[in-house]
Design a protein around this ligand. Structure first.
Ligand SMILES: Nc1ncnc2c1ncn2[C@@H]1O[C@H](COP(=O)(O)OP(=O)(O)OP(=O)(O)O)[C@@H](O)[C@H]1O
Length: 278
């Protein structure tokens, strides 16, 4: 990735508003995107001229305080909300509407159809999207095998653990062969222990499947753990504050002093503490 006017700090941190020049391997380009909600009384600017690129295989995290426009940005990438300024391109094509190339994975408790088995849950969206029954069943079986749930093919969601449900949800999304998976605060409602298990599960699935992920959170620790790259957004309206490489962190070193120092530095950026920010 390259910028016209970068201010690059040590350990892979780039700050400030940047103009993107698409890198050769970039998959998704967000170019100067301003997003607004029009209500009868107000015009709410959710993000202002936000620019970044996502590369194939990134675990890209959108991080920022409540109300900075992370979910709105994800909705726009999904194609549900057109920018009022700027554009979003996937593989060089402008995003205009939702499509099977961008799969949204919702919170674990509301995403699977309770009256369908694991196999039926994974095959269902394929069939709805016009894939023949035989091919849908075959693709579903392959993905279920990849997420290690073959033994649970004919089981209903209520009989699965949270981690297994997440695997089914990701298998279902991946069976559509999307270019990118979108996750909006998927673990926000979970207790700390379960949340950590789900995060580890997601990381191990990524190791196996190497999908491109865009993940929204307002937890700094979660961002550093899950992300290979983090976009730090300013408070409302969201603008790019920094971009940080965090590919060196995962479950194995989440208790290390380096991990804690990176979190502290991001905290400084978010809350304006210059001492910890640099
Ligand atoms: N449907 C809507 N109509 C009007 N304003 C909205 C709507 N949805 C969101 N907003 C406003 O847009 C801004 C960005 O909201 P958004 O939900 O994208 O933020 P967020 O960073 O995801 O916050 P959180 O972390 O709390 O989920 C906020 O000021 C919010 O109040």
């Amino acid at each position: 990735m390259s910028y016209q006017d970068p201010t690059r700090l040590d350990s892979g941190i780039t700050t400030g508003t940047a103009q993107s020049v698409a890198a050769p391997n970039s998959l998704l380009n967000i170019n100067g995107v301003t997003l607004q909600y029009k209500t009868p009384e107000h015009l709410v600017t959710a993000t202002y001229r936000v620019t970044f690129d996502i590369h194939t295989g990134d675990r890209f995290v959108l991080l920022g305080p409540s109300g900075c426009g992370k979910s709105t940005l994800l909705k726009s990438i999904a194609g549900f909300m057109p920018p009022v300024e700027g554009d979003i391109e996937l593989k060089g094509r402008k995003v205009k509407r939702p499509g099977p190339d961008r799969a949204m994975v919702f919170q674990e408790f509301d995403q699977l159809l309770p009256w369908k088995t694991v196999r039926e849950n994974v095959a269902f969206p394929l069939k709805v999207n016009g894939v023949s029954k035989d091919e849908a069943d075959q693709r579903a079986m392959q993905m279920i095998e990849k997420v290690n749930l073959t033994k649970f093919l004919d089981v209903y969601p209520h009989m699965l653990s949270g981690g297994m449900k997440q695997r089914v949800a990701i298998a279902r999304a991946m069976a559509m062969r999307p270019d990118v998976l979108l996750m909006d605060e998927p673990y926000a409602a979970l207790d700390a222990l379960t949340r950590r298990k789900m995060q580890d599960e997601l990381l191990s699935l990524w190791e196996d499947l190497r999908f491109t992920l865009v993940f929204v959170t307002h937890s700094i620790e979660e961002a550093v753990l899950i992300g290979t790259r983090i976009l730090v957004l300013s408070p409302h309206p969201g603008q790019v504050r920094a971009e940080i490489n965090t590919h060196q962190f995962d479950s194995r070193n989440a208790d290390s002093p380096e991990f804690a120092a990176t979190c502290a530095r991001i905290r400084g950026m978010l809350f304006g503490d210059a001492e910890t920010a640099h």
